[in-house]
Design a protein around this ligand. Structure first.
Ligand code: MTE
Ligand code: LUZ
Ligand code: MOS
Length: 818
């Protein structure tokens, strides 16, 4: 089934925050953010700003009626700076004016004197100073200390990954509207309506039942709105409470980039030990997470880095320690993968370090060490592993050996263009690592006209969750999708929601919907069974009608649990006349609903789902935190222009463990998007803060993201279809985050291309591998060997043969790309 938003999106009719019609008298906010990263506020002068035309009022921490605090996990983040500022862009004041332009003009007139203090941007320095957000954590399996003795080979190194800007198309923002008796409705571009509600409650002192947070959809979140939507909503709500007027603040792109946190940069040390046979016996890793100035979600992100520190490999002896380090950057936050990618990059770097030193292909070590069903993760859960199956299928389907041979032939034939290939297995745990967050509720109404309304805590942000939820309801009721509407997410309809995050939204909310629908179906069946004087067991919903199963006739075409295959197909013909042969009398869906209504039967249901069987004991760092794992293997091939450092990703070929996907179109979209986003993180996207903690990459002119020319020339996706019982909805495994980590393969493929050109290249395990860095790498370590006269001649020939060169790199992009 197509995404239910497709038509409205295409026509530009979908409603985002900025499309909400404004009420008369709406005022507009703009934040004055700290111009320095660390210091003590000596004076704040608002007089000139207050005199600017259109300015209604300027708010500071003094106007906060409740607590000036929005920290979710750790209460360490004031909404407004009081005496100290801790990062550039930290909100100091909120100007509210009659227009956006007036508010922004007034912000420029605010004067602040800040006595600067030392700025720390490096997590290792922060750690050395004892500047930690929370106590460090260590995961252990076996005993690394004694395992080193059995290792034939031991390698050590360092790996660094940089941050990543979320770059959701819709920036952060909120619109608060005063209703009667202290009630406020807040439209917020948030992944977490309940978190927004809590934050506003804390700051305003109003109880949660006064706060209706409503979300129709987001123009992307990617984790950036899991926690950091709270600020803007709290600011708007605060002004709304004071002024009793609607207040809106949608951030301009630069404010958004400067003021909000990003993916956490990590710096890590590793040590890996292998036996003669290249089995990994021991792995030790220390992760330094750059948390920024406040906790935000950092402790949870840190935890997931530890959970994924061995990626898809079974390593019998592991010691992994992680520090969440306080620096003077904006608080870093959730980003697709949530610390998992950072943890996985390090083990991949460790394996590649070993492979390069041993002179073997990294894939040899990777494949040998993939975990198998029954192997233990460092956190105690036992794997139900699809890792070998995905690898095997990718290897065969995409003819890995032939691909390698092609790369070798190409490299032998070109002096100035080199190809690189890398294989990246992925294993990602599904469930919030905080067990209590794995719960969801759904409210389903069947109206007397047969139309159905479904509300959950899920937020649609482009990932297609509303379509999947609609498919669940359509399957449960056996009715056409057109009869069902997924309502905007609202804290008045559904309470105490977990954020739309952790890729588990369809699983959690979908299962709650299924429970609610199943309950209503049972009631409907009882009604009609009573009417017909038959057993309710004999009554069946199918094709928009309820049927009596006739005794003695065979039930060919019976649903066999494969019902989801046909989910969402549209059913023509409203009223069903003649039924399948094995069925007797029937009532149409509409007649059925009306019958139940006249019999005064409840046509609404509110259901609650909590993932069974998961637990985690943080005191031992052991448990069974994940409902299941998602697996996959990606093969990445790149071509590198060794004269210029430019490169292209020729292909990413994936086998992805989707379980029994309930929507292949959506899942393919998620996989493609995740891959490109992951490649962007590993290659061109470069978040740059200077030593004063100022963001230098604060616009799209200075922050490069993959464009249509730099996405892989081809992405092949094949699914590992499994019917294994799991806790996913309809066995359709979560798909939102795991594919991002396939993108890590691009870094290692580029590394291989550089080494094909210059085997002596000195390459740090440091990302992003921008074209500039690739170029430096190509000529590092004394430069490429064999740049003799003969080599130069060939090089010149390659270089002059510019057309030929471009063809090799990219016939599609051609000269226009330069
Ligand atoms: N896809 C789109 N189009 N837009 C997004 O913002 N966010 C990703 C992923 N895919 C995102 C997306 C992230 S970070 C997560 S956690 C999941 O979607 C969340 O949705 P799900 O739980 O329904 O998979
Ligand atoms: N958010 C969260 C997440 O709070 N806990 C998680 O485990 C998680 N995992 C992935 C993405 N967001
Ligand atoms: Mo996604 S990082 O869980 O929002």
């Amino acid at each position: 089934m197509k995404n239910i938003d497709a038509a409205a999106h295409t026509r530009g009719e979908s409603i985002y925050l900025d499309d909400i019609p404004l009420l008369q008298g709406t005022l507009f906010g703009a934040v004055f953010g700290s111009p320095v990263a660390h210091g003590v506020i000596r004076s704040l002068d608002l007089t000139e700003a207050e005199r600017m035309p259109g300015v209604v009022r300027i708010f500071t921490y003094k106007d906060v009626r409740g607590e000036n605090q929005i920290g979710g996990i750790v209460p360490d983040e004031p909404l407004f700076a009081e005496r100290h500022v801790h990062f550039c862009g930290m909100p100091v004041a909120l100007v509210v004016a009659e227009s956006e332009a007036a508010a922004r003009a007034a912000v420029k007139k605010i004067r602040v004197e800040i006595e600067p203090l030392e700025v720390i941007t490096d997590p290792r320095i922060a750690q050395a100073r004892g500047e930690l957000i929370v106590a460090p954590r260590t995961f252990r399996l076996g005993d690394t200390d004694s395992a080193w003795k059995s290792c034939a080979f031991i390698f050590e190194g360092r790996a660094d990954t940089n941050g990543q800007e979320h770059l959701y198309i819709e920036t952060q923002g909120a619109y608060a509207i005063p209703l009667e008796n202290d009630t406020i409705r807040i439209y917020s571009s948030t992944q977490a309506p309940t978190a927004v509600q809590r934050a506003i409650s804390k700051v305003s002192g109003l109880p949660m039942h006064c706060l209706d947070v409503e979300v129709t959809r987001l123009g992307g979140g990617f984790g950036g709105k899991e926690d950091q939507a709270n600020i803007w909503a709290a600011l708007c709500a605060l002004a709304c409470v004071h002024l009793k007027k609607p207040v809106k603040y949608a951030l301009p792109r630069t404010d958004d980039m400067v003021m909000t946190g990003k993916r956490h940069p990590y710096s890590s040390d590793f040590r890996i030990g292998l036996d003669e046979d290249y089995k990994i016996l021991a792995y030790e890793v220390t992760l330094y997470q750059n948390a920024g100035a406040a906790a935000d979600l950092s402790p949870a992100v840190l935890e997931r880095s530890l959970f994924h520190c061995t990626n898809s490999y079974f390593i019998p002896n592991v010691r992994a320690t992680a520090y969440s380090c306080r620096t003077h950057l904006p608080p870093n936050t959730a980003f697709r993968g949530f610390g998992g990618p950072q943890g996985m990059f390090v083990i991949e770097a460790a394996i590649v370090k070993a492979a390069e030193a041993l002179g073997v292909d990294a894939a040899l070590i990777q494949k040998k060490n993939l975990h198998r069903t029954g192997d233990e993760f460092p956190y105690g859960q036992l794997a139900e592993s699809e890792a070998p199956a995905c690898w095997q299928k990718a290897e065969e389907l995409y003819e890995l050996e032939a691909l390698r041979a092609e790369v070798a032939v190409f490299n032998a034939g070109h002096a100035l263009f080199k190809k690189g290939i890398a294989v990246m297995p992925v294993c990602f745990g599904i469930s919030f690592t905080k067990t209590l967050m794995n719960q969801a509720r759904a409210l389903v109404h069947v109206y007397s006209d047969g139309s159905v309304s479904v509300s959950t805590g899920a937020v649609e942000m482009g990932q297609g969750v509303n379509t999947k939820i609609l498919q669940v309801a359509a399957a449960a009721f056996a009715i056409a999708p057109a009869r069902i509407k997924i309502q905007a997410t609202s804290t008045f309809r559904i309470a105490n929601t977990s954020p739309t995050a952790a890729s588990a939204t369809a699983d959690l909310n979908g299962r709650a919907v299924l429970m609610a629908c199943t309950e209503i179906v049972a009631r409907l069946k009882r009604v009609v069974a009573e009417e017909w004087g038959v057993d309710a067991e004999r009554v069946e919903l199918r094709e928009e009608a309820v049927w009596e199963r006739v005794k003695g006739r065979s039930l060919e075409g019976e649903e066999t649990g494969e019902g989801q295959r046909n989910l969402g197909r549209s059913l023509e013909g409203e009223e069903t006349g003649e039924g399948p042969r094995n069925l007797g009398r029937s009532l149409s869906w509409k007649q059925l609903v009306l019958l139940a209504f006249t019999k005064r039967v409840n046509l609404s249901e509110h259901a609650h789902y909590a993932t069974p069987g998961i637990h985690f004991d943080a005191s031992r760092e052991k448990g069974h935190p994940f409902a299941y794992h998602v697996y996959g293997t990606a093969i990445t091939v790149v071509t590198l222009d060794c004269l210029r450092g430019r490169y292209e990703v020729d292909a990413v070929k994936v086998v992805h463990d989707g379980g029994a996907s309930m929507n292949l179109i959506i899942d393919r979209g998620q996989i493609e998007g995740g891959i490109v986003q992951g490649i962007g993180w590993m290659t061109v996207e470069e978040v740059l803060y200077d030593e004063e903690g100022r963001l230098r990459s604060n616009a799209l002119s200075t922050y490069k993201v993959p464009d249509i020319y730099s996405v892989p020339r081809r992405i092949d996706i094949d699914f590992l279809h499994t019917q294994r019982d799991n806790l996913a909805i309809f066995r359709s495994k979560a798909v939102g985050e795991p594919p991002l980590m396939y993108g890590i393969g691009a870094y290692f493929a580029l590394r291989n291309a550089i080494r094909a050109f210059n085997p002596a290249a000195e390459l740090a395990f440091s990302t992003p591998m921008t074209p500039e860095r690739a170029l430096m790498g190509l000529y590092s370590g004394g430069g490429p060997a064999g740049m003799t006269n003969e080599g130069e001649e060939r090089a010149v020939k390659d270089g002059q043969g510019k057309r030929a060169g471009n063809e090799q790199l990219s016939p599609a992009s051609g000269e226009g790309h330069e």
